[in-house]
Design a binder for this molecule. Structure first.
Ligand SMILES: *[C@@H]1O[C@H](CO)[C@@H](O)[C@H](O)[C@H]1NC(C)=O
Ligand SMILES: *[C@@H]1O[C@H](CO)[C@@H](O)[C@H](O)[C@H]1NC(C)=O
Ligand SMILES: *[C@@H]1O[C@H](CO)[C@@H](O)[C@H](O)[C@H]1NC(C)=O
Ligand SMILES: *[C@@H]1O[C@H](CO)[C@@H](O)[C@H](O)[C@H]1NC(C)=O
Ligand SMILES: *[C@@H]1O[C@H](CO)[C@@H](O)[C@H](O)[C@H]1NC(C)=O
Ligand SMILES: *[C@@H]1O[C@H](CO)[C@@H](O)[C@H](O)[C@H]1NC(C)=O
Ligand SMILES: *[C@@H]1O[C@H](CO)[C@@H](O)[C@H](O)[C@H]1NC(C)=O
Ligand SMILES: *[C@@H]1O[C@H](CO)[C@@H](O)[C@H](O)[C@H]1NC(C)=O
Ligand SMILES: *[C@@H]1O[C@H](CO)[C@@H](O)[C@H](O)[C@H]1NC(C)=O
Ligand SMILES: *[C@@H]1O[C@H](CO)[C@@H](O)[C@H](O)[C@H]1NC(C)=O
Length: 807
């Protein structure tokens, strides 16, 4: 596995990284469109874009030439330690056997992670010694240089903190003159990365108003997110350097996005500039303006404060308040306002992002606002988020949408809670409103595989300023230092909120005592996962889904029984991801006849599961879940040695997904001490059935054996039990000729109403024609090399009889 240094300055584009910036293919929406979109982009967007480029060229001459922003891995600045070319481990790490000997920088700072891998996941030292490792904790006796100072003037519900209040003055001071950045290795690294990024983007043209799929399609969401990201980085850079060029650049960006830059056209001039037709856009603009107003409050003149405030009120809060209060003027766009519409289906990222943005904007200007709209809006966002956004996780923490939309939802929720706590000292009960909210950080840790996320359903939109840094905040809110210790080693922690949410007194080893396996057992989102280690991503990871197929904000797939498999640093069984958000009917509904289920990536045939009669699964499926684990938890040491009987399994009766005919059960389990994986399907009275698995590997098949090669590694799949004649074959990842036709709209349809190509993907298949009753067992054997003895026969045990000792 290739490794780069810890915390790349620029976030590298990595094909396997769930957070990497994707090249835009139109898949940029925030996730839910209730209406069919028309592509105005071609007619309106193009002239605007051209205009912006021409004006940009002029401004560029003034502001300096536009920097390259290609996201390539940076090698231009030196890590806190060099890297040993052979091992990828820093060269000053003599023994990687204890935490004390891990990544020690020039000033004696210690990181637990020693590098970042090609998937942008942290790489840890190996070894079984435990010296230097400790249980997660917040060290209450930490010295001042390792701790947040006590808040000198804590706010209260009746006494709001003075600006800056989204990130309080005493924390800015502690970070800079207080020495926290200079002393704490994480703060130091994040600070340097953020300021470098702010510096690198200083010469960018003001972000142009580029529509994606028209204003009611994905609108200007990416525009708003990019502005928020940049304002946050520049405002931060000003605060820690006192260089006015950063504050001036924030002003130029806000002026432009307010429509007040005479050189750049930015949206309509009728109060809809921030695009309420796609309300996420309004919310992200609100967040950007709130941060710009608040963090730089001391820099602005009174005139500038007023100017930003009026834009927040007129372009943001007035519209948000109308929606949350049920004003008829907002009826065209208020569907996300749950407490207003009493719609149980708004417990997803939209509600979090919107209430988060409105809340930050309202709180930022609360005591300046002469209209009272800020106070009136805050009185509505809190209950709305309480009833909707904060119900986003199921009882076990699984996010109702997908592992990817979790980023948007939890970032919005965390920004909202941060704003309330920081300004008023209390989050008004939001975090405690759903026990699943505490557990959604646990969900995030388990849904991260050894390469990518278990990225079922829609995933892939640009993240911009959404990160997993909510874990740093929830660590404090729920008193779970493990969450912060986990996140601080991840590349996306290099972001301004971390500077305020990470408690520097947090110490310890995040994996200590953390079970390797977990069954997320709420039927609404049911899935299960197991791994061979938390700290060594060259091991094995599997995850299987068996949830209800509705209630996922139209972001799910027809995927009961779908699984992913990682081993040796490769994803062998993987996901295809989002389809084209702008295609006809993509978000129409989750009903059986929804057009969404016509697209290959959403159909059952696009999943790693059984396809019966080439038909989609039933959307009303209620799969069961059966689970066993030896309960192994990792200890202090990074290397974990498990016995050959150590195992975990999950199986589901998914007959209901296939309309109840016969019986269809699927299970997955570890064999041979978590080194091999058995996938088993027990089927009775099946008509034509096809076993399918999508892989990026190069596949060669020979009857009951398939040899997969990927990234220089090899995995062998063998049919160890099956109906007579069962053999592997391969197929293209494309729709079957007998699938119902795709929508054929007019105009844009020619562009959008088709399946995405799945380049490089092969479908490994096993066909069973009218197989009667059978058990089909496929054994996956990664080729671990010398010293590894594979098990090649497994006990033939019906899923109903699986136990921890049955194999
Ligand atoms: C700045 O950081 C963002 C992510 O926070 C990234 O998308 C962007 O590429 C970075 N830009 C530069 C020039 O490093
Ligand atoms: C990296 O370190 C080398 C050797 O110490 C030095 O010559 C070089 O200037 C450094 N590069 C940066 C970008 O700091
Ligand atoms: C804080 O004030 C708000 C608005 O007046 C009120 O709704 C809320 O209940 C108060 N919270 C507490 C904890 O007093
Ligand atoms: C934060 O990083 C910037 C850029 O590297 C640097 O100028 C500044 O001194 C750093 N702040 C502290 C307190 O170290
Ligand atoms: C910025 O300037 C202010 C006012 O002179 C000063 O109080 C503050 O410490 C400076 N901050 C930094 C990071 O230099
Ligand atoms: C932009 O101009 C409008 C109209 O004059 C004004 O209300 C608003 O405050 C201005 N905003 C900014 C950020 O300059
Ligand atoms: C939060 O979740 C952790 C597991 O990460 C659990 O140990 C703890 O009891 C939970 N706390 C609350 C208040 O539910
Ligand atoms: C193929 O690789 C890409 C890039 O890493 C990944 O996004 C995708 O999920 C993989 N597909 C499969 C089927 O594993
Ligand atoms: C794991 O256990 C085996 C057998 O007891 C032993 O040979 C091996 O050295 C152990 N590995 C580690 C990393 O402890
Ligand atoms: C199950 O029934 C639904 C509704 O009639 C149908 O659309 C679907 O194709 C059926 N699927 C299978 C696998 O029988």
């Amino acid at each position: 596995m290739s490794q780069s240094k810890l915390y790349p300055e620029a976030y590298p584009m990595s094909s396997g990284n769930p957070n990497a910036a994707y090249s835009s293919d139109g898949v940029t929406g925030g996730g839910y469109q209730t209406k069919k979109k028309k592509n105005k982009w071609l007619w309106i967007g193009l002239p605007l874009l051209l205009l912006a480029i021409i004006i940009g060229a002029v401004l560029g001459g003034v502001l300096g030439s536009r920097k390259s922003n290609d996201g390539g891995a940076s090698t231009s600045s030196n890590a806190s330690s060099g890297t040993n070319a052979n091992t990828g481990v820093p060269s000053n790490v003599g023994s990687v056997n204890s935490a004390a000997a891990t990544n020690t920088g020039a000033n004696g700072e210690v990181y637990l992670a020693v590098a970042t891998d090609s998937y942008l996941l942290p790489v840890y030292a190996t070894g079984t010694a435990t010296a230097g490792y400790a249980a997660p904790t917040v060290d209450s006796s930490a010295s001042a240089k390792d701790s947040w100072p006590t808040d000198p003037s804590p706010p209260s519900n009746s006494s709001i903190r003075a600006n800056p209040r989204l990130a309080p003055a005493y924390k800015w001071e502690a970070l800079t003159s207080g020495g926290l950045i200079a002393n704490n290795p994480y703060f130091k690294q994040w600070n340097a990365t953020i300021v470098q990024n702010a510096s690198d983007t200083l010469g960018d043209d003001p972000t142009p108003y580029t529509e994606d799929g028209g204003l009611s399609g994905s609108g200007v969401l990416d525009v708003a997110r990019e502005i928020k990201l940049k304002v946050k980085n520049w405002a931060y850079a000003y605060k820690v350097t006192n260089e006015t060029q950063y504050a001036d650049r924030v002003w130029l960006e806000l002026q432009t996005a307010a429509g007040n830059n005479s050189a750049v056209s930015f949206g309509a001039d009728d109060g809809t500039r921030w695009n309420p037709a796609h309300f996420l856009d309004v919310a992200e603009f609100c967040a950007a303006f709130a941060i710009g107003y608040d963090w730089l409050y001391d820099f602005w003149t009174d005139e500038q404060r007023d100017a930003i405030m009026w834009s927040i009120i007129n372009l943001g809060l007035n519209l948000g308040h109308a929606a949350l209060s049920g004003d008829s003027s907002a009826s065209a766009y208020d569907w996300w306002a749950g407490s207003q519409t009493n719609n149980p289906e708004v417990n997803g990222n939209w509600n979090c992002v919107i209430n988060g943005g409105l809340t930050q904007a309202a709180i930022a200007i609360m005591d300046r606002d002469p209209t009272q709209i800020a106070a009136q809006t805050l009185a509505l966002t809190v209950p709305d988020a309480y009833n909707n956004c904060f119900q986003g996780p199921y009882s076990d923490g699984t996010w109702a949408e997908t592992a990817n939309y979790w980023y948007f939802g939890t970032t919005g929720a965390a920004e909202m809670v941060n704003a309330l706590i920081s300004a008023y000292g209390d989050d008004r009960g939001l975090a405690e409103s759903n026990p699943g909210f505490n557990l959604t950080s646990v969900f995030h840790m388990y849904v991260q595989g050894m390469t990518s996320l278990f990225n079922y359903g829609d995933h892939g939109p640009n993240k911009y300023s959404a990160t997993a840094n909510s874990l740093l905040l929830w660590a404090n809110v729920f008193d779970q230092p493990r969450y912060a210790l986990y996140q601080r080693d991840h590349y996306d922690a290099s972001e301004p909120w971390s500077m305020f949410w990470y408690n520097p007194a947090t110490t310890g080893t995040w994996w200590d005592g953390l079970a390797l396996d977990k069954h997320f057992d709420d039927p609404d989102g049911q899935w299960a996962t197991a791994r061979s280690s938390w700290s060594d991503n060259s091991g094995t990871y599997w995850a299987m889904k068996a949830s209800k197929l509705t209630g996922h904000q139209t972001h799910g797939d027809l995927d009961v029984g779908d699984f992913v498999l990682d081993a040796m640093g490769q994803r062998w069984a993987g996901e295809l991801g989002s389809g084209q958000y702008l295609s006809d009917g993509y978000f129409s509904s989750e009903t059986q006849d929804s057009q969404r289920w016509l697209y290959y990536r959403k159909r059952t045939e696009g999943q790693n599961t059984l396809l019966i009669d080439n038909l989609n699964q039933n959307v009303n499926a209620e799969p069961t879940g059966n689970w066993g684990s030896t309960g192994t938890a990792q200890g202090l040491a990074p290397s974990l040695n498990v016995s050959t009987s150590d195992t975990a399994y999950f199986w589901t009766d998914m007959t209901s997904a296939y309309n109840g005919t016969g019986g269809v059960k699927r299970g997955i389990r570890y064999i041979n001490g978590r080194k091999q994986i058995l996938l088993q399907d027990d089927v009775t009275t099946s008509p034509t059935l096809q076993w399918r698995m999508h892989t990026n590997a190069t596949v060669s098949t020979n009857q009951a054996t398939a040899t997969l090669t990927l990234g220089g590694e090899t995995l062998v799949a063998s049919i160890v039990q099956g109906p007579s004649g069962a053999a592997f074959s391969t197929a293209s990842p494309t729709r079957s000729s007998s699938d119902p036709a795709l929508p054929t709209g007019t105009g844009d349809a020619a562009t959008y109403d088709q399946d995405q190509s799945n380049d490089g993907v092969t479908v490994l298949t096993i066909d069973v024609a009218d197989g009667g009753s059978f058990s089909l067992q496929v054994l996956f054997t990664p080729q671990w090399g010398s010293g590894f003895t594979a098990v090649d026969t497994v006990n033939n045990v019906a899923l109903d009889s699986w136990s921890l000792t049955s194999h």
